[in-house]
Design a protein around this ligand. Structure first.
Ligand SMILES: [Zn+2]
Ligand SMILES: [Zn+2]
Length: 303
């Protein structure tokens, strides 16, 4: 299938790469800078889509992938629903998801059956009778009863039906995000790369926090803070105007596109881009992003 990497494997990035040596990651960043919204959120979203597509396309029956899914008891809630939506979007079907969950269903069901079998009323009364007989045999009988006549505690069932590892999609996507952020702060010393970043919509707050934590270079920190302050300052003006123009006395004043989209852009800044597949949210955000770009030149005149 064109546009999708056939592998789920992830290689740790080469952190020793020279700062002026632009690799594939930097080029992905450059492309993301040209798209609306936080570039790392954008790349994260694309990586998630690619991962989930590849999982369904090539790895549903792969032993190692299945083992990871068993250890994590499937994917986290968010990625499970994204997986279901991905399969339906591409194939209008649920076979891959069905195969994954059939396996998991079987495993959980066996654990439940096992618990039921060892805790049925007849088993419990037999155990009780045996314990009573043994306990009448003195200390040795009591010791034997403790060793042999054990209840199957609910804790062991809980252990069997609980994940022992985190969601494999979360782990891989987190590593990819890390790689992009490390690359961004490493390249932020290069003037050309800075100009690409300055022309983008900038990082959302969660990604800005991570980027700032990933560098000790004061010049890079100053650059990222300066860029964030510039964008947030503009957003504050648009938000203030948006709120002010809702007042009864100002209702006749028309709102600019940037003001109209300010409340959505503010949420995107604080929470990161919307990842839920909701048409109404998506439409609103897309409208906000379109306006943001269309009006980018006008904004300097509006202030
Ligand atoms: Zn982000
Ligand atoms: Zn996850």
């Amino acid at each position: 299938m064109p546009g999708y990497e056939p592998s789920l494997q992830w290689q740790e990035p080469d952190r020793n790469q020279g700062s002026n040596n632009m690799g594939l990651t930097e080029l992905w960043l450059k492309l993301a800078f040209q798209k609306p919204g936080c570039p790392i959120c954008r790349l994260r979203q694309e990586s998630e889509d690619r991962y989930l597509f590849n999982l369904l396309y090539e790895h549903v029956t792969d032993g190692i992938t299945r083992m990871h899914l068993v250890h994590a008891m499937g994917l986290c809630s968010e990625h499970s629903w994204m997986l279901q939506a991905t399969e339906f979007r591409h194939w209008h079907d649920g076979l891959g998801v069905g195969i994954i969950y059939e396996d998991l269903t079987e495993r959980v069901l066996q654990s439940l059956y096992q618990y039921q079998a060892s805790n049925s009323p007849s088993r419990i009364s037999k155990r009780k009778a045996l314990r009573q007989r043994l306990e009448h045999m003195g200390w040795f009988g009591r010791w034997l009863a403790q060793q042999l006549v054990r209840e199957v505690p609910v804790e062991s069932l809980l252990q069997q039906i609980s994940p022992v590892d985190s969601c494999p999609a979360c782990r891989i996507i987190e590593a990819l995000e890390d790689n992009y952020l490390h690359s961004l702060v490493r390249q932020a010393t290069v003037p050309e790369f800075r100009s690409w970043y300055a022309a983008s919509d900038g990082l959302c707050l969660p990604h800005l926090r991570r980027a700032l934590a990933y560098t000790k270079d004061e010049e890079v920190v100053r650059f990222l803070v300066e860029e964030a302050a510039r964008r947030l300052g503009q957003l504050r003006v648009h938000l203030q105007e948006y709120v002010r123009k809702h007042a009864w006395d100002n209702r006749h004043e028309s709102k600019t596109s940037l003001e109209q989209s300010s409340w959505i852009r503010a949420v995107a800044f604080f929470a990161g881009e919307c990842r839920e597949e909701r048409e109404d949210v998506d439409q609103l955000r897309q409208k906000a992003l379109d306006n943001y770009h269309k009006q980018a030149v006008m904004s300097s005149h509006e202030q």
